[in-house]
Design a protein around this ligand. Sequence first.
Ligand SMILES: [Zn+2]
Ligand SMILES: [Zn+2]
Length: 168
Amino acid sequence: MSRQRPGWDTYFMRIADAASERSTCLRRSVGAVLAKERRILATGYNGAPEGLPHCLDVGCLMVDGHCVRTLHAEQNALLQAAAHGVSTEGATIYVTSEPCLQCTKMLLNARVRRIVYRDEYADALARALRAEAGIRCERVEDSDPETHGVGEDDGQSGRDEAGAPSET
Ligand SMILES: [Zn+2]
Ligand SMILES: [Zn+2]
């Protein structure tokens, strides 16, 4: 009897997917999970800042083809961490969609060290900036059991039960 467990990257990406379902923007639904040492630090999805109406209720606020009402999923995850005093130093962010230029810059200064995304969002400048800054950035497919997430801090699965991080 075999049961396939998802790898860590898949696991966190699925949680990012769940977060994206909370999005309040009509244009895009994006979810993000900030994680470190196999633990979730914060989550986010794209939506209006607190106290402002949702795109779902009043329509998107369009400027130059983009909805500018929302904070992006990555930004909301970073801000949630900030609001609760959680350090994002050395964290990995899982995002359902490739980060834009602004989010890329914020992630760099929040000292996130690895970006994992699934859907491509071609922003040449953001990509160039990430490459120049040397931040790890990887695209993963959805639902790919045990083929991802066995990188830096994982001894190939099996004994890596949740709650027992083996970080050095
Ligand atoms: Zn919107
Ligand atoms: Zn963004």
